[in-house]
Structures are given as structure tokens and as C-alpha cells.
Ligand binder design. Structure first.
Ligand code: SF4
Length: 296
């Protein structure tokens, strides 16, 4: 299941790219800017500001959706039945459904619309969520893209079993690997995962001669300190065949999404990280022989 196709992107790889965002992630990063990507199923999003009170959603599921006076609706997402049926019910688009099942052929059709623009190493970037958590159809898509000579980049946290990574080697041009933290306790409490799994997969991926760019999300209150980021840079510079590191400064673009999903955003009050704050990290990484970039 995907939740977005972004066309003509100049991020997340060379040239012009089509980015496919998959739904479903094994992690729960507290700063995640795409919270609708975390669940593997449909997500019901509601933007109160756009609600005109027509009430068609209530008629469609009056157990899970109720009116609060003149003040919009309340959604009990736990008991909603078949969110798919709500997809086009709201004329004012206050209530929307994130998530769409697309077959491999449907995705290829979408991708091929953009393929005339894939010059200068452009192509497709698979993102999420966590693309490596997808099933066998995902591998079929990778094989078909390879068969069509379309360059593929993949954004991943590598927080999956090694088998899920290994099956993609040779089918993905560049793995854009998120390195969030090396410290196991911090990783566990802020991300709800196992940093050892990520580090072991990263080392195995490099040993398999895959092309890897490491990306560090710089997050205040989590890893944004010289000690922590330098520790990560040291680790990256010790890896053979990794020459490039990207820094992704924390931003607050996801705030409205949390509200519309009825989720708490514990990082919503943090200040965005400015590019100038990354200067010491850039200099340190370059002193270690790494090429650097800010942003994806
Ligand atoms: S790995 Fe990415 S998609 Fe998953 S929770 Fe973290 S930021 Fe969100």
C-alpha cells in the first residue's frame, strides 16, 4: 500500500525523480514527519478547519463518527469499519483516507509517465514508511524497474531482518540509509527499535558491495550534540566504501498531520534546526574525508 507519489522531485537522488511513499514502518520515531506512513493499513485524516459539517461521514459510519455540536466531528479510529468506503465521502475534503493499494503494473504505469524526464541519473526513489517492510510484490516491482533500466534509490532505516535487505541487493542503485543514533538506549526510547539491528545490517550491506549513502536526521533533544553526531560520523568514516554523508535537519512540517490523525506529537514544540547549526558537523565529516550535503 502506498500513500503518495511525488513527481519531479529533485531530492533523494540525482536528476529528476518519482518518489513512491509506502505505508508501514516498524519504527516509531518521535519526530516522524510522515506519521500517516507508520501504519500498514488505511489512515483516517480529518482537518477540522476544512469541515463544513455536511455530515456524510456520519451517515456512512455513525458508530465510529459522531458530531460534536457545531464543532466538527469526533472519530473513534479503533472501531471504524472499512475506512476505504469513506474515501470520497467528504465533499469538502476535510475527511480523507491515506493509503491506496496499487498493483505492480499500476505503479509501473505511473512511473513510466515520468520516465522521459529521468535524465542525468534520475529515476525512482522508494520511500515510506519503510519500503523494506513490503512484501513480494515490492521485489517484483524492483525487478521490473531493473528490466527497464530505471535507476532506483531506496530510503530505509534498515530496521528489518537481513533477509529483507538481502533480497534487494543488485536491484537498488543506491541505499539512502538513515542512521539515527548509535546508542542502544536512546534508539530504543525515542524510536522504539534496536540500533544493533540497523548497524549490523548496514555493515552487511556494505560488505555486499551495495552503494550506500548514510543520512543523519539531526534532531534536537535526541542526537543534536557535537558528541553524538561526531560519534556517528566517526562510525560512518570507519565503513569501507561509504564516501558520502547527508544531514537532514529537523523540521516541523508534520505538525498538522499529527492533528489530523488524532495523534500526539511530542516533538511538535521543538525548534527547527537551521543549516548554520550543522556547520561543525559538516566540517568534521569533511575532515574525515566524507562528502557532505544538507538535505536529501
Ligand atoms: S523510520 Fe521514518 S517513517 Fe518510520 S517512524 Fe521513523 S521517521 Fe517515520
Amino acid at each position: 500500500m502506498i500513500f503518495n507519489i511525488q513527481r519531479f522531485s529533485t531530492h533523494d537522488g540525482d536528476g529528476i525523480r518519482t518518489i513512491i511513499f509506502y505505508k508501514g514502518c516498524p519504527l516509531r520515531c518521535q519526530w516522524c514527519s510522515n506519521p500517516e506512513s507508520q501504519s500498514f493499513g488505511y489512515s483516517v485524516m480529518y482537518d477540522k478547519k476544512s469541515c463544513r459539517g455536511f455530515g456524510d461521514c456520519i451517515k456512512a459510519d455513525n458508530r465510529a463518527i459522531t458530531r460534536i455540536n457545531n464543532n466538527g466531528i469526533q472519530i473513534d479510529r479503533e472501531i471504524i469499519t472499512g475506512p476505504e468506503k469513506l474515501r470520497d465521502i467528504c465533499a469538502s475534503k476535510a475527511l480523507t483516507i491515506s493509503g491506496e493499494s496499487k498493483s505492480v503494473d499500476e505503479l509501473l504505469t505511473e512511473i513510466e509517465k515520468d520516465s522521459p524526464f529521468y535524465r542525468n541519473n534520475g529515476g525512482v526513489t522508494l520511500s515510506g514508511g519503510e519500503p523494506l517492510s513490503q512484501g513480494e510484490e515490492f521485489i517484483t516491482l524492483l525487478q521490473k524497474l531493473k528490466g527497464r533500466n530505471i535507476n532506483v534509490n531506496m530510503e530505509t532505516s534498515l530496521h528489518v531482518n537481513w533477509k529483507s535487505v538481502a533480497r534487494c541487493i543488485g536491484l537498488v542503485g543506491t541505499f539512502l540509509v538513515d542512521l539515527k543514533h548509535i546508542d542502544q538506549d536512546k534508539f530504543k526510547s525515542f524510536v522504539q527499535g534496536d540500533s544493533e539491528l540497523v548497524l549490523n545490517n548496514l555493515i552487511k550491506l556494505i560488505d555486499a558491495d551495495a552503494q550506500v549513502i548514510v543520512r543523519i536526521p539531526v534532531i534536537p533533544g535526541f542526537n543534536h550534540s557535537e558528541k553524538e553526531i561526531k560519534q556517528m560520523i566517526e562510525f560512518v568514516s570507519s565503513l569501507k566504501n561509504v564516501n558520502e554523508i547527508h544531514f537532514l535537519p529537523y523540521h516541523t512540517f508534520g505538525v498538522e498531520k499529527y492533528k489530523s490523525l488524532g495523534m500526539d506529537y511530542t516533538f511538535g514544540h521543538k525548534k527547527q534546526v537551521q543549516d548554520s547549526e550543522l556547520e561543525p558537523y559538516i566540517q568534521f565529516a569533511q575532515s574525515k574525508g566524507l562528502q557532505t550535503k544538507i538535505g536529501g
